[in-house]
Design a protein around this ligand. Structure first.
Ligand SMILES: Cc1cc2nc3c(=O)[nH]c(=O)nc-3n(C[C@H](O)[C@H](O)[C@H](O)COP(=O)(O)OP(=O)(O)OC[C@H]3O[C@@H](n4cnc5c(N)ncnc54)[C@H](O)[C@@H]3O)c2cc1C
Length: 399
């Protein structure tokens, strides 16, 4: 441990957001960094995520950040091949005429933002997914550079790189005690107390109580998300595009030899990250089975390998909170990824670190303006999570 017990930066949370933040601090030459993880790295959503990385997103900020994150994974994979980064492409489709119209809108908007996407129909879908049935599909979108990554391995790679640049990483001592002081924050866990000039809250679904202990609040609603790994009766190729049925919200991706990972939408009620059902439930599994029966009949006799749940964190406008919460005490946040943190954590962390180093009022603040945590002035009443892998046709409530 740093002998003075003083750090310039204290990062709270060892999931993708915290690990990527520590990594970017190191890349910018910051050596006095402590990352504290209450449990073990990847104990939260990052250890349970599907790992789809796409820039078919709903505003330009997200597109830029997802693209930057993908580039970062591509770089990291040169020295950390275990993150299994692959640009396998991503196709989405619908049989619904209203959603098919929306696909046209989304296509034009994404192309306007420079996203590599084209329109596809039943023929292209059947060729990408020979185990599927697509004759009734009205419209589809294909992202050609979209990718997959193993999220927990990516967290570990960020942490290893952060350590190599001088960061200390502590974990396993529980939540610890945080105290806001006149300049900065003091933090105690087990017998250790440290002080930090800048504290970055990256505690995912646990961020709400953590911020409360610093006298701060942000509008956040944790919610449960489920996924499963399956072994289809005929092994699919090791790399094939990820898919997303917009009608049922079921998505899938390749997951190593002979396996696929599939998930569906999300629950629209608040969950407690310390008390949620960690197994997949029957309702989820039957929804998955029904979509497979109708849309992916070649996988109908799949063996269920494992099903699980994790807790993600929603915000009222589906944008994360990245930036200053209490700049006078040096408290910042990188939370609220609304189920899209694997594809946005790296790019968001890089922008946050630019802000920490360059200070407010400059280009870095401007780049984070759409996700400024202070865009929702208090009080912060409870709200229902409104997440989902939706078509994202702007603010049109039909989609
Ligand atoms: C089933 C599922 C599928 C998903 N699929 C995708 C996908 O395909 N693509 C995508 O982009 N995203 C996906 N996500 C979302 C993604 O996993 C999250 O957005 C992302 O992992 C959030 O990372 P995080 O670091 O913010 O939070 P977390 O990974 O939850 O990390 C927070 C960490 O903070 C720690 N912590 C808590 N309290 C404290 C404290 N007091 N002090 C210090 N540490 C603390 C926790 O132990 C935890 O390790 C999926 C999520 C799930 C559950």
């Amino acid at each position: 441990m740093n002998s003075s017990g003083r750090f310039d930066y204290l990062v709270l949370g060892g999931g993708l957001a915290g690990a990527a933040t520590a990594y970017h601090l190191g890349r910018r030459g910051e050596r006095s960094v402590l990352l504290y993880e209450a449990r073990i790295p990847n104990a939260g959503a990052s250890g349970r995520a599907a790992g789809i990385v796409t820039d078919q997103l709903w505003n330009e900020w997200d597109v830029e950040v997802a693209r930057a994150t993908a580039e970062e994974y591509a770089d990291l994979s040169r020295t950390h091949p275990e993150i299994n980064f692959a640009r396998n492409g991503f196709l989405r489709w619908t049989t619904n005429p209203v959603a098919a119209d929306a696909i046209d809108v989304v296509y034009r908007r994404l192309r306007g933002w420079g996203v590599s996407v084209d329109r596809v129909g039943p023929t292209e879908l059947a060729s990408a997914f020979p185990w599927g049935r697509f004759e009734d599909v009205r419209a589809g979108l294909r992202g050609t550079v979209d990718a997959v990554v193993t999220p927990s391995a990516a967290t570990d790679a960020y942490l290893a790189e952060a350590r190599a640049r001088g960061a200390e990483v502590w974990f396993g001592d529980g939540s610890g005690t945080l105290r806001a002081e006149s300049a900065g924050v003091s933090f105690s866990a087990s017998a250790r107390t440290v002080r930090a000039r800048t504290t970055i809250v990256a505690a995912g679904a646990w961020s709400k109580p953590l911020l409360r202990s610093l006298g701060q609040s942000l509008p956040l609603a944790p919610y449960r998300v489920q996924a499963a790994t399956l072994r289809p009766p005929v092994a699919p190729p090791e790399v094939f595009p990820s898919g997303h049925d917009l009608d049922t919200d079921v998505y899938f991706r390749p997951e190593g030899p002979g396996r696929v990972l599939a998930g569906d939408g999300t629950e629209r009620v608040e969950a407690d990250p310390d008390r949620f059902v960690t197994a997949g439930d029957p309702g989820f599994l039957s929804h998955l089975a029904e979509t497979i029966r109708l849309r992916l009949p070649g996988w109908e006799a799949s063996e269920l390998v494992r099903a699980w749940a994790g807790v993600c964190t929603s915000t009222p406008d589906r944008r994360p909170h990245v930036g200053a919460v209490d700049p006078d005490r040096g408290v910042y946040a990188i939370v609220g990824f609304n189920g899209y943190g694997v594809m946005r954590a790296g790019g968001a962390a890089r922008r946050l670190v630019d802000l920490l180093i360059e200070g407010p009022g400059g280009r870095a603040s401007h780049r984070l303006a759409p996700v400024d945590p202070r865009r929702f002035p208090p009080p912060h009443p409870n709200f229902l999570p409104r997440p989902g892998f939706t078509l994202d046709a702007g603010d049109d409530p039909r989609f």
